[in-house]
Design a protein around this ligand. Structure first.
Ligand code: MN
Length: 376
């Protein structure tokens, strides 16, 4: 979504990113649905319509007779303001990457089994807070809260603030009951980047026994661009081998791993290149699992992969893993050292995926800068 600048979301409408320009889709196609302030109305129209619009945009950009009129609706990216691409419904965050889950297990439960007994049988997730989903570029205020102390809990600004590099999926066509793995592409419209900001000290104290609460609900940043699933056919790969095979309702139906390469920058310096193809549970399995109990979904519901990590140290998608819980601080190229985020730090996550013509599809980026805590 983009608007002509200024404050607020007035005039926000659907744009397609073409290099360093934005194609004004409502004008280019003469279709009111793209003049809406979110993608929701279009996403609800379903996969046949998504495919038709994709074909029309391709035609617009390649056919000789259309290029001129299309060019007239292009706006330079530098001249527009970007917004949340969809009106967020319910939000679920998963924990579907084995490298991340095992590393977190080793850090939090040294000496124990890295993975919990359920981990390879179901994609573990929790319901996040959709009202605090913010677009890329929104500053993130360091959260305050309770953390463990030697003489009882203490209260104050989080000391162990982290990012989590994740891949998000948005539902276009809702569902009234279970969505089988094979029906994934009938419901999910597209893919985007997400930073699940996390306070490790708040999380460690509050998550006994329930999952993340205030440690993550203060802000979740998403990229302004959604890449349609239909554009990611060339990126589809088989997920890691299943060991053991999951229950039948979670059995793979086609290769729904996605060969996305993420890049995480801290203050402009590359700190990790997490490979999304290494993620154990696919988004199709995640959607099947989160609806198998009969829970319905709506247009705009989103779910995220969980932190994306790979087997190498420079493939880890959060500081918890990169600094091994603070035991092995990370030295950045400029010589600065980090175990967790400091005020003023800026985190930027970007990604690319293979395209059909041998080039790479860009996902744009999701970025956010840490502001000092607001003392209550
Ligand atoms: Mn997460």
């Amino acid at each position: 979504m983009f608007s002509d600048g200024g404050d607020g979301t007035g005039g926000a409408r659907v744009g397609v990113r073409i290099g360093d320009s934005v194609l004004d889709l409502a004008r280019a196609l003469g279709d009111e649905v793209f003049g809406e302030p979110s993608l929701n109305a279009f996403m609800a129209q379903g996969p046949a319509r998504w495919a038709e619009v994709r074909a029309r945009i391709t035609d617009l950009l390649t056919a000789e007779q259309h290029r001129g009129p299309a060019a007239a609706t292009l706006r330079p990216l530098s001249a527009v303001r970007l917004h949340l691409p969809f009106t967020a419904g319910d939000y679920v965050d998963f924990f579907g990457n084995e490298y991340h889950a095992a590393n977190a297990g080793r850090i939090f439960r040294p000496g124990g089994e890295p993975l919990t007994p359920n981990w390879k049988h179901l994609p573990i997730g929790y319901h996040g807070r959709s009202g605090t989903i913010v677009p890329s570029g929104t500053p993130v205020t360091r959260p305050c809260g309770q953390r463990r102390g030697t003489g009882g809990p203490t209260f104050g600004p989080s000391r162990l603030l982290d990012f989590e590099a994740e891949v998000g999926f948005v539902v276009g066509v809702g569902s009234s009951g279970p969505v089988p793995v094979r029906d994934f592409a009938e419901h999910v419209f597209g893919v985007f980047l997400l930073n699940d900001w996390s306070s490790r000290d708040l999380q460690a104290w509050e998550s006994q026994p329930l999952g993340p609460f205030l440690a993550k609900s203060f802000a979740t940043s998403v990229s302004p661009w959604v890449v349609p699933l239909q554009a990611l056919e060339p990126a589809r790969v088989s997920p890691p081998p299943r060991d053991p095979e999951p229950l039948p309702y979670l059995a793979d139906a086609g290769p729904w791993g996605l060969d996305l390469t993420l890049e995480v920058r801290l203050n402009g310096q590359l700190v990790a290149r997490p490979p999304f193809a290494a993620t154990y549970w696919t988004a199709a399995q995640m959607l099947a699992h989160m609806t198998v109990n009969g829970a319905s979904t709506r247009t705009g519901d989103l779910f995220a992969s969980g932190t994306v990590s790979g087997p190498e140290r420079d493939q880890r998608g959060c500081l918890l893993e990169l600094s091994w819980g603070g035991a092995e601080p990370l030295t950045l190229p400029d010589g600065s050292v980090r175990s967790f985020l400091e005020d003023g730090d800026e985190v930027t996550i970007s990604a690319t995926a293979p395209a059909s013509d041998g080039t790479r599809i860009g996902f744009g980026e999701v970025t956010g800068q840490i502001r000092p805590a607001a003392h209550p």
